[in-house]
Design a protein around this ligand. Structure first.
Ligand code: MN
Length: 207
């Protein structure tokens, strides 16, 4: 991602109702416009007084937290993470509904047995996230892994390359499913564009 301060409010790459019946229009409107919108505003506010860091991309900010002034670090973790994680989330969903390519499928099978087993493990981990957070498919030392993260922490800051975020903040599902996180997890798996996930895997994983 090449964007720097002021970080833009990117439109969804598809219509708000493009993920129906899996993820409803109203949830997408709130999630994208209000939640991501607020993270973007707050990140820009936080960076407005720090010209030295206004040329940094989200990756540069989130991979170099220790280089930031202390008072900027927490706002970047919360809001920079919020922007990065949501850009990843929305760009992982819907669209062409392509299947995952053969090469990526083989890599997934090496780590998890099969794509179906990977989805099952991801859902299991997502049910175990206490409070707000994510489960990520990520690459760590050249290998695909599944990791839980809290709040808006991102695998980037933990030395991993993020591939697919599963957002389990209540704002991702409460309007449609209320407290039934498991129902959302099921629908989420149908809303993911596995073709895009496969392309990311093929770009990143060392062979
Ligand atoms: Mn979210």
């Amino acid at each position: 991602m090449k964007e720097t301060y002021p970080f833009p409010k990117k439109p969804l790459p598809y219509d708000f109702d493009a993920l129906e019946p899996y993820i409803d229009r109203e949830t997408m409107e709130y999630h994208h416009d209000k939640h991501l919108g607020t993270y973007t505003d707050k990140l820009n506010q936080a960076l407005s007084g720090y010209p030295d860091y206004q040329g940094w991309t989200l990756e540069e900010l989130l991979c170099n937290l220790e280089k930031l002034p202390e008072e900027l670090r927490t706002p970047v973790i919360h809001n920079g993470g919020g922007v990065y994680n949501h850009w990843m989330y929305f760009s992982s969903l819907g669209r062409e509904k392509k299947p995952m390519g053969e090469t990526a499928l083989k890599k997934v099978a090496e780590s998890f047995g099969s794509l179906e087993q990977m989805k099952a493990k991801m859902k299991e981990l997502a049910l175990g996230v206490f409070g707000s957070g994510y489960v990520w498919l990520a690459v760590k030392d050249g290998t695909l892994v599944l990791e839980q993260t809290a709040n808006q922490d991102t695998p980037l800051s933990l030395g991993m390359i993020p591939i697919l975020p599963l957002d389990v903040w209540e704002h991702a599902y409460y309007l449609k499913h209320q407290n039934r996180r498991a129902d959302y997890l099921e629908q989420y798996m149908s809303a993911v564009d596995w073709g895009i996930v496969g392309e990311r895997i093929e770009e990143v994983v060392k062979w």
